[in-house]
Ligand binder design. Structure first.
Ligand code: 5GP
Ligand code: MG
Length: 182
């Protein structure tokens, strides 16, 4: 399937599953070498990370643990957004953390995730994201160590990433293209 349409938006095949798997294999080797004796905890940020996490973990060949969190945002008393990390479910004190993300766009949500984990007295935090849009980043990070693919400022779906809740189940990644006549 080269083209798909959702709610009148057009998408074309962008990164197929074979390419994704090849890249993840290399990322897994890299992580396995660096974390050989560190028993890291992979912390996946739901929902988008679920497919990436499943494939990544099959390529990590060192002892490790896996956990998932969700960022919940609600309005605070001062009209500002409060971001709470839900579901950690284990003691992360002194642990080597690898945050697993589907995509980093502005970096806003990643910044909240990192801030929340830092409060838990972890030993270290590295970030592993399947996709990143460098031109969209609005924060400076020094710990985005593993990136699958750097992409342009474009909207992508598939392989865990959704549009209006749809498309997370697609094995390949698609990018939005202008409709004919636009
Ligand atoms: P950020 O906080 O870095 O701006 O955005 C992070 C979140 O926005 C991602 O976890 C994802 O849910 C959503 N997002 C950003 N770019 C895209 C995209 O191209 N496609 C989809 N489906 N979601 C995106
Ligand atoms: Mg995400």
């Amino acid at each position: 399937m080269k083209h798909i349409q959702i709610d009148h938006l057009n998408f074309e095949l962008f990164i197929d599953y074979e390419q994704i798997k090849k890249r993840i294999r290399l990322m897994g080797i890299d992580i396995s070498v660096k974390y050989a004796d560190k028993n890291p905890v992979f912390v996946g940020v739901l929902n988008g990370c679920f497919m990436f996490m499943a494939d990544l973990m099959k390529q990590v060949h060192v002892p490790c643990e896996v956990s998932f969190v969700k960022l919940a945002s609600y309005q605070g008393t001062q009209q500002d957004q409060i971001q709470e990390l839900l579901g950690v479910g284990m003691d992360l004190t002194g642990r080597e953390i690898i945050i697993v993300e589907d995509i980093i766009d502005s970096g806003n949500s990643l910044q909240h995730t990192i801030a929340a984990l830092e409060k838990l007295n972890v030993a270290s935090i590295a970030v592993c994201s399947l996709l990143m849009k460098p031109d969209c980043l609005q924060h400076a990070f020094d710990n985005i160590t593993y990136v699958g693919f750097e992409i342009e400022k474009e909207f992508v779906v598939g392989y865990g990433l959704d549009y209006n809740g749809q498309c997370r189940n697609l094995p390949d990644i698609y990018k939005n293209i202008p409709a004919v006549g636009e």
